[in-house]
Design a protein around this ligand. Sequence first.
Ligand SMILES: Nc1ncnc2c1ncn2[C@@H]1O[C@H](COP(=O)(O)OP(=O)(O)OP(=O)(O)O)[C@@H](O)[C@H]1O
Ligand SMILES: [Mg+2]
Length: 363
Amino acid sequence: MGQIRLDGIVKSYGKEVVVKNLDLTVQPGEFLTILGPSGCGKTTTLRMIAGLEEPDQGDITLGDRVVFSRSSGVVIPPEARHLGLIFQSYALWPHMNVAKNITLALKEQKISKAEIKKRLETALELVQLTGYAERYPSELSGGQQQRVAVARLIALRPSILLMDEPLSNLDAKLRTEMRASLKRLHRDLEATTVYVTHDQIEALTLSDRVIIMNEGQIMQEGSPYDIYHHPANIFVAEFIGDPGINLFSGTIANGALDCGAISIPLPDAIAKSSGNLIAGIRPEKIDVSETAIDGWREVSTEILQPTGANTILEVKAGDTPITLLQPGFMTLPESTPLWINFDHDAISFFDTDTQQNMRTEAG
Ligand SMILES: Nc1ncnc2c1ncn2[C@@H]1O[C@H](COP(=O)(O)OP(=O)(O)OP(=O)(O)O)[C@@H](O)[C@H]1O
Ligand SMILES: [Mg+2]
């Protein structure tokens, strides 16, 4: 069972440093997701673990084996690292049918014919491609090709799995189903997994731990719950959550944050300080009433977006826009008055200059 360890990894292309001194340990059997915007260095990091790219500095250890070390000159090639890989471009062999593509690596491992057949059938079933074994990649859609690549991993049963956006070519419904399949796959294989995506839903639903990366650096690492509820800084707060978090800048005055049209009570530890702050509250942490309630703030409805199970509401308190998320399918005429109330325990406060969350700093 393999631990993955990266120590002081630096990687540049020309003058651009795309991975900046990355330290990372993935525990045996853990599902770790690297999440971040396009170009932040996710694929580069995964390619270095796989051995397809050489770091400029640092060490990479898989299990108890150092597979790369700049200082001691160790470079183990990709094929000797014993990994299961799926990349953004999921390269299938075009001259081999689906069955051959899936079982090729198994034949090299001298696994019995009966076992190979069993693994092929199970893998095809899991990715919902039973009956496609004889097809060639050119006879499959992009999403089906991607599923063949996933099936190849399922059949191989590696102890370390590296996946780079394996679901990006699938339609929404299939993606939800495949997420469940991947989760089951991970549970069954108990493989140490590094999963790369820019899709926050995949990161939150699949992972034991998430690393949020930006410009080659880790912005936060934590459980999906912590990343969502206790963002370390404004970058993470805004990157996670759809619809996005509400941010209000204000000035500390009389124990509250004066944000113009709204005023937010401050926790004691922060209320004593002075100056400016930014408060953040997620759209579903704001209660909504269609009738007036004492102490609640009146707002006017601008735009409603019912998505089926939920409704996204754009409202205004004075000139300040606020996004709300309510369960159920709401239909209300424009400009309907509503009354809102913030869940004060769910508000994060960020330092205007450092952009860091003040509550997590205070513990
Ligand atoms: N072979 C290369 N030569 C030069 N620059 C590269 C090369 N590969 C990647 N880069 C640059 O390194 C940075 C990180 O790229 P990387 O592919 O790791 O991003 P990513 O986080 O995977 O993004 P995406 O979500 O778009 O896949 C980008 O600015 C990219 O342009
Ligand atoms: Mg990428």
